[in-house]
Write a protein that binds this ligand. Sequence first.
Ligand SMILES: *Cc1c(COP(=O)(O)O)cnc(C)c1O
Length: 852
Amino acid sequence: MKAIRRFTVRTVLPDVLAPLEELAANLRWSWHQPTLELFRDIAPELWDELGKDPYGLLGEVQPARLAELAADEAFVGRAVALRDELRAYLGAPRWYQGLGSHAPATVAYFSPEFGIADALPQYSGGLGILAGDHLKAASDLGVPIVGVGLFYRAGYFRQAISREGWQLESYPVLDPDGLPMSVLRAPDGTAAQVVLALPDGKALTARIWLLAVGRVPLLLLDTDVPENPEELRSVTDRLYGGGGEHRLLQELLLGIGGARAVGIYARLAGIPEPTVFHTNEGHAGFLGLERIRELVGDGLSFAEALEVVRAGTVFTTHTPVPAGIDRFEAPLVERYFSTELLPGVDAADVLALGAEDYEGGAADTFNMAVMGLRLAQRANGVSLLHGAVSRQMFGALWPGFDSEEVPITSITNGVHPATWTDPRVRALAASKLGTDDATACDWTTDAVTDAELWRLRGELRAQLVADARRRMAAAWEEQNPGVPAPPWYRELLSPEVLTIGFARRVPTYKRLTLMLQDPDRLRALLTDPDRPVQLVVAGKSHPADDGGKRLIQLLVEFSQDPEVRGRIVFLPDYDIGMAQTLYPGCDVWLNNPLRPLEACGTSGMKAALNGSLNLSILDGWWSEFHDEHNGWAIPSADSAGDAAERDALEAAAMYDLIEHQIAPRFYDRGADGVPAAWVADIRHTLATLSPALSAERMVREYVERLYLPAAASETAITSGDYSAARELAAWVARVRGAWPEVHVAHVESGGVDASPHVGEELRVRAFVELGDLGPDDVAVELVHGRPRAGEELGDAHVVPLELESHDLGKPAVYTGSLRFERAGAFGYTVRVVPRNALFASDAELGLVALAG
Ligand SMILES: *Cc1c(COP(=O)(O)O)cnc(C)c1O
């Protein structure tokens, strides 16, 4: 029988235990170990059963137990002390408060998913966990972020594996009353709502859930309200559930509804409205259109409003995989914007923002990433390599500029240490190195001995083995009720064996089954009598992706082979809870994507924070952080003839590394049983990688490199009651109109003969036709570098040229010089670009006039 309705009948807490309510209501507990321990001690079995869920626990614990705790002075004292600590954490000035008054007072951060705690399954993978870590680190640093997302009634799916190895999905429905969140209400008690006008006179209504992530408020929009007809209630049913129109509705709600919700929240909470808007991937891009609508309502034109919105918007792109980018059929988008959805905003202007109207683009397609880039003056990829790949991938939006100059920078992802460092690692740091912040200690001294570090790693491995056995037993019981599990289930994995982990979503480019390329070779590694290896694998395939499910099935089938079973397991239902035990427990964390399709990858970072070593293709973060002592690089077979050959070569390289380097080093034990070389690598990893991989480093970079400049741009462009925006829009129109006339008429050079020497000076005079523009509208530059094949300039440098004269009716004359600093091939050209003080980059308009 299925219940038609469900809710939680909550226990009434005795007054002295009121601090527990306060502690449970703020998700700070998800990264505060003492608070987690306090809740665990209330009812340890229930705690495990509910999966580390303080709020859920308080809903279910029996009154008798609470009465007992209320009489326990020590317990009450702990609760009060932790409550006071939380209040102090929420109130005290932090890093951001030292930045000064130019720092924005409120920053809105939009994401389609947020991975904060196991009890709140509102994420599917890396993008969501990153968003959760961003909020947590922002809270720790005091960054005044407001998070904005959707509340999915069933979140992402739960994964089970059938006896045939096939992925089964289920969608447990969440009970909002059982979660630490409350409806945002006006002072008179009415629930705050956002309403979006839809085609055919319909309307989509959403309420706003408010969550506290430490100091950071998080707003989640929810369409499951009585005001909506049945088919619209389900708009927020699942994360990435439907395609086409369902997805579009979710994104309209996230962007437009989200922007409205932040405004409502700011007014109710009495905080300044955000001036900087950060969108985590393109899904929330419509937020820029809602802000344009507001400005148009205040009397600006679309073009003027666009300049204002661009100034304060930061766009982070997360994937170079085309399938990862949202694209809609343009007529569908047009239908939704030919309504009262955004009064004063023309559907044609909206369509133009998302149009792939560049070389290689598709007609009638609306591309959310392209719109995201056009609505944001500042954009970034999420690792150095991914920044470079994105500049190439989106280069067509800035025609005429080499990819190095495409205005997309990069900020490498980070992970939130307090969430992702195992309590045992933190405890060892606290007891031997003076702080439980394991990212801030010197792990290279003998304050911690090799034996202690090795014992720690053994405990983490044993903890993983126990967790894996428990999960596999529970999964068996679920699939085969009443049938006892086979005996080998009790002996899955060994706490002594070199453990390699691999867990991630299962899109093709991540190559879940690369390890199965040569099954005999893998079998030999797993069953080696002296130096055995064991593999722990997990991952969810998108429900619509049967190819991915087939890969999971291949792995499960292999893991059931009597010869290797017990040495390789596939753990169902990869989630935050599993990850927190899995990463620390693996000696080696494996990642073998098709380079360069992994934008960053964060699981390897979380492993490194716990002293696990990485074995990875040089992609994403690993391509910038790998050195000789923190793990191993699998060489990419870029020159392989086809995909199959590439897989074979890269898999062979991986087997070789495991067999000839990794296993020998792991099993090379001293008299004390400790592998000294391995432990040295662990120390090096903890000491050098963990500070750099921290989400605090990442959030500081976002603040310093993107939020502060965006806030300055926003201040500049809104100044004089938007007169700067009006002038800029008019200037942009004038420059675009005049540009076809702008060209470099000719270039003279002097000072050197045909074969110059290092140290000599090249002088250049350029004659430039500016048409209707003046010298103040442009910059003229000498660009030099090494000519590559096809005469492209590689390694290009830019030297500004000075205006010498600009006589009426004649070309403007620009001059400059440069000294040859190295020998070899040399090439140069002269170009004209539009220049405006309100631009973040000369490439912004994508306009350039090149000599020749
Ligand atoms: C970190 C994490 C991910 C993302 O890992 P990648 O290496 O970026 O693929 C996915 N799922 C969970 C549960 C995670 O904790």
